[in-house]
Design a protein around this ligand. Structure first.
Ligand code: PMP
Length: 455
């Protein structure tokens, strides 16, 4: 009864992110009620394994009392403190220091946002300010990667390279350019070396075409998430970083998904030993318990902006930047990661990859890929031709619902890709269940008339 009235109120009043307004109203909301560890319970009392950690964010898992306590204590003591007027508070200061200490290289300066989109948006403003400060205001062109996702603000959505975020919104702007994705599974080039060389060449050609003195920055995710969990060849990100140095353009790593243990280390950039000029994070920073994002700025960017601005205020800021409650949560979450969760995530990630690999012989599985606790299965009806599922399947609803019915939440991308990003706290049994329930979904899908007809 309660659920029915919630569904109706939701239909009438709540606008859902990235949803079909019509389709959502027809389907109705699924109400989640509680959660513990890697499991969530819906309003009807059904328990599911959350194979996607909410929205790739609840890295620590649900229900950590120590996190709740950290937030409550901070709320009791000081629920808000502005960073304006030279004011501050203990938790964000300690958090900034802790993050700088753990970040790659000289990413020593932290600007806190409310999430990933406004972290990316902040970097766009900082990049522009940096080049102004260097006396090169003409550097106002930005490059990102096809299939990339960099949030949904009016500027960031144009760096994002997914059509659904552009159509009808008037983006991308003319200053936002793209190069091809590595997308190894569908890349006509076969070897890692060829793919890396082609991406470097394309970036250089793009910069030359725009005008080398006009390009400000290159944006990249260490693993492309919302584009379908696309893992670059080993060495790709390092080569792109080096190319940016050679081209004298800023290199911005968007670690909103990959940060905080998702791929194994605290930051994915560590895997190839690269140091970006700026790095964006969010999600795992607070494990989704409260909103927060962070921009990491390297010494040279910080110092250039500082010198350029002189005594003037750098006019960028949010009321809730460096929110003390979010920072208290992030500090506690960080101690959980370092108290065993990163370690568990690495073990669970290896088990997840092994489990998903065991499905690679399934007639519908074209590709298995991932790193750590970030993985995907790409579904096809013809493995040689890599034919996508027929459009009638509508994976985002039919396959999502099918997994749900089997007690599994998985991201079911419209192009027929299952995305996995389970909490790092998953037990062996939970990982095995994620794989077993996925197999059950695939077996059932093989029996669908439209899928059979396409095989
Ligand atoms: N960048 C990347 C790489 C992301 O994956 C996301 C969110 N999925 C964002 C930015 C935007 O973050 P948010 O949704 O917190 O605004």
């Amino acid at each position: 009864m309660l659920t029915n009235s919630l569904i109706e109120m939701d239909r009438q009043h709540l606008i859902h992110p990235v949803s079909s307004f019509q389709g959502h109203a027809a389907r109705g909301v699924r109400v989640l009620a509680s959660a513990k560890g890697a499991r969530v319970t819906d309003a009807e009392g059904r328990e599911l394994i959350d194979g996607f950690a909410g929205l790739w964010c609840v890295n620590a898992g649900y229900g950590h009392e120590s996190v709740v306590e950290a937030a409550a204590e901070q709320m009791r003591k000081l629920p808000y403190a502005t960073g304006y007027f030279g004011l501050g508070s203990e938790a964000p200061i300690k958090l900034a220091a802790a993050l700088a200490e753990r970040a790659p290289g000289d990413l020593n300066h932290i600007y806190f946002s409310l999430g990933g989109s406004d972290a990316v948006d902040s970097t766009i403003r900082f990049v522009r300010y940096y080049w102004h400060a260097k006396g090169q205001p003409g550097r106002d062109q930005f490059i990102s990667v096809e299939e990339g996702y960099h949030g949904s603000t009016s500027m960031g959505a144009g760096l994002t390279a997914l059509a659904g975020f552009h159509e009808g919104f008037g983006v991308p702007y003319s200053w936002q350019h793209k190069i091809s994705s590595h997308y190894t599974y569908r890349n006509p080039l076969k070897s890692d070396a060829e793919i890396i060389a082609a991406s470097v060449a394309e970036l250089k050609a793009k910069v030359a075409a725009i005008g080398p003195e006009r390009v400000a920055a290159f944006y990249v995710e260490p693993i492309q998430g919302s584009g379908g969990v696309l893992v670059p060849p080993k060495g790709w990100i390092k080569a792109m970083r080096e190319a940016c140095r050679e081209l004298d353009i800023l290199f911005i790593a968007d670690e909103v998904i990959t940060g905080f243990g998702r791929t194994g280390p605290l930051f994915a950039c560590e895997e190839e030993g690269i140091v970006p000029d700026m790095m964006t994070t969010a999600k795992g920073l607070t494990s989704g318990y409260v909103p927060m994002g962070a921009v990491f700025m390297s010494d040279h960017v910080f110092e250039t902006i500082a010198e350029g601005a002189g005594a003037k205020a750098v006019g960028h800021g949010f009321t809730y930047s460096a929110h003390p409650v979010s920072a208290a949560v992030a500090l506690e979450v960080l101690s959980l990661y370092e108290g065993g969760l990163l370690e568990n995530g690495r073990k669970a990630g290896a088990r997840l990859m092994e489990g998903l690999q065991s499905l690679s012989d399934h007639p519908l599985v074209g590709d298995v890929r991932g790193r750590g606790m970030l993985a995907a299965l790409e579904l096809v009806t013809d493995k040689d031709k890599k034919t996508r599922l027929p459009a009638s399947v509508q994976p985002a609803t039919r396959l999502f619902d099918r997994a749900w019915d089997k007690g599994l939440i998985v991201r079911s991308f419209a192009q027929g890709i299952f995305g996995y990003a389970p909490p790092l706290c998953c037990t062996d049994d939970e990982i095995d269940q994620i794989v077993a329930r996925t197999k059950a979904v695939l077996d059932e899908t093989l029996d669908d008339a439209d899928v059979r007809a396409a095989m």
